[in-house]
Ligand binder design. Structure first.
Ligand code: ZN
Length: 311
């Protein structure tokens, strides 16, 4: 197998926004440089939310501008609404993603918008992208969050996810991503939902899964997605940020374990594991006492395993 898989590193956004500590801007920059040295080619580096809500993300514009200058890196920013999208466009993000909760209760409670209002917001963002000068139009993606289940509503209807994926594309998004925000997904469900969404919107419109490891099924879910043609997976170094529902569990799937699994299977990620461990060290030093997860970094690489990119 020589399948190429892209890993989108989300620790600086999903990880950091889940902890109350603020990571110094300089340490974030160091992480970006070290991650790129390890072979990471896509990073979600922050979120354009008001800094009064998430002070951890207050330097997002500066970080996006910095990351844009790093060769070979695709820079992603999360945007909660049109205002955030305008800031992401101005900062020069290559890609931006808006979370759209498939559970309407969750959406109303979190961003005070029902589904109709969210579709309108997605349409307005697509227009803002189209109105931007050429070369300054980020690739606009909608993250279908709570797609596999919601902590308020419980099960989320799969037909509804398919319908809202279609509505997102009709409103002008280029792509959607399926997000297991709550860690409810299982491999059979991943297979089913990926197939259904791809069948409805076209297989080139769904390339990414955002998975959490809340119940230990993160990597199993990756394999199910891989079988269904998914080629980009979000992951977080050290599973940074943990999981608010399950103390002791990582939040996002752990990048180190994901890279190890894929590379051991012969799937090319472009990432050098030894160098990836160096990024973990930067997080450990910048956020002393913050738990970092993952089995591979603790156990070490198996004897004879070598995926070094050194020539
Ligand atoms: Zn997440």
């Amino acid at each position: 197998m020589s399948t190429q898989v892209r890993i989108s590193e989300v620790s600086l956004r999903d990880g950091l926004q889940s902890i109350s500590r603020i990571m110094p801007t300089e340490a974030k920059k160091e992480c970006i440089l070290a991650a790129v040295r390890a072979g990471v080619c896509e990073m979600e580096v922050g979120s354009f939310v008001p800094s009064s809500l998430l002070p951890q993300m207050a330097d997002t514009a500066e970080i996006v501008e910095f990351a844009r200058g790093v060769e070979g890196l695709e820079v992603v920013a999360l945007v909660p609404n049109l205002k955030g999208a305008q800031r992401a466009i101005a900062a020069g993000a290559h890609r931006m993603s808006i979370p759209f909760s498939m559970s309407e209760t969750h959406s109303v409670r979190n961003v005070r918008k029902d589904h109709a209002a969210m579709i309108a917001e997605i349409g307005a963002i697509a227009q803002a992208v189209a109105a931007s000068p050429e070369g300054q139009r980020p690739h606009f993606e909608v993250g279908l969050s709570t797609a596999f289940g919601c902590t308020i509503e419980g099960p989320v209807n799969e037909d509804q996810v398919v319908r809202l994926a279609e509505a997102s594309i009709e409103a002008g998004a280029v792509e959607v991503c399926l997000s297991d925000t709550t860690g409810y997904a299982n491999p059979a469900q991943v297979r089913r939902l990926v197939r259904a969404v791809k069948a409805a919107i076209g297989s080139d419109r769904l390339n990414t899964l955002h998975l959490h490891n809340t119940r230990g099924l993160g990597l199993a879910n990756v394999l199910a997605g891989l079988d269904e043609g998914i080629r980009t997976f979000d992951a977080s170094i050290g599973g940074l940020g943990g999981c608010p529902f399950a103390p002791g569990a990582s939040g996002n799937i752990v990048t180190e374990d994901l890279v190890f699994m894929l590379e051991a299977m012969g799937v090319d990620t472009g990432i050098d594991l030894e160098r990836l461990f160096e990024v973990r060290k930067i997080f450990a030093e910048a956020l002393p006492g913050e738990p970092l997860y993952g089995f591979t970094p603790d156990a070490g690489l198996p004897l004879g395993f070598n995926n070094s990119r050194e020539k």
